[in-house]
Write a protein that binds this ligand. Sequence first.
Ligand code: PMP
Length: 428
Amino acid sequence: MQAQSNQQLFLQAQKHIPGGVNSPVRAFKGVGGDPVFFSSAKGAWLTDVEGKKYIDYIGSWGPMIAGHAHPQVIEAVQQMCANGLGYGAPTAIETEMADLLCELVPSMEMVRMVSSGTEATMSAIRLARGHTGRDKIVKFEGCYHGHADSLLVKAGSGALTLGEPSSAGVPKAIAEHTITLRYNDMESVKQCFAEIGAQVACIIVEPVAGNMNCIPPIPGFLEGLREVCDQYGSLLIFDEVMTGFRVALGGAQQHYGIKPDLTTLGKVVGGGLPVGAFGGRKDVMHSIAPLGPVYQAGTLSGNPVAMAAGLATLKLVQQSGFHDRLSQQTAKLANGLKQKADAAGIPMSVNYVGGMFGFFFTEENNIEFFEQVTQCDQERFKKFYHGMLDRGVYLAPSAFEAGFVSAAHGDDEIEATLAAAELVLASL
Ligand code: PMP
């Protein structure tokens, strides 16, 4: 078959796939232009169908923390595939995964595997409601927890990029039970709980927000959430789909020293295959079927091939010094970008924690709130984005997504990225 261009492939894709993509942010609506079609990846690098190479800061939106096509991950998957792709019955590797997750994630006593981050958060919310007998849930504007009905209210990520933070098709009767507050604003949380705290099943929060660009929690915020949940008998859910194994081996809960009641995982836990998980306090997890009355199930949950990819990846992230190095490289990149912007006279602010980062075209120094992100210079972001893409740096195609560094991002890749940024910033 003759090699096809990105443009040809995107045209063909649009015939039978809505918007030509299977997940909205991939369509480049946030930056304009056509998306890139990739044919292979290795380490920190992606190769597109036209043979052009890019340094990748998306990492399949998080999972590729060890770098693309890591030989140990590929080998584990190949070995497992040779035995069959799944049985829809228990396998020993699921217990191995559960034991490891309960060892690594500080608050996790029991865990159930699912096939995506959305399933993990949707199930955790149902569990919180079933366990507490309450209907209301609290989330924060600009946080994204997947596309379940209750959670697509003032959401971040693609919903925000497309300018539709609250989706059509979500019944009002469901959305009414979702209360949306301001991230990093403890006063708004206290006020809300003083009014209706006894009706709130749970607070769900990204402990480092990564779906409205990257916003770490300000000191006292996560602690405050823990306190109000304890005071009012609500459950605290940390959505660590993005932060799990990325901001620290034990996730944001380890990094900040706060124990949630439930945790949701995704991305890294599947090593690039479709996996999610939710778990936490044993007494709460006992409410799940077949032990308890909260129903939750999945044809492919705990799939052995997916477990093999996840376990091989988790083995790599447990290596000593893994997160120190990941954090160092991320800091080098973020601080380097800021220095290049300063030198070019372009106002920029950066945030980073562990292996996640964000940069903002703004005069403001500390980006802590959702509305600050929405006020950043979008046009400048688009120009910067395309300048970097032309020079072979693949960033998230939206000003509302965090970026990811992997263990395969060495000094050469970071320096090449900064050299590209210097040229692009000078042209803005
Ligand atoms: N929670 C968070 C914090 C996420 O970042 C995402 C996806 N980016 C999800 C949930 C949903 O995960 P998935 O796309 O696997 O359904």
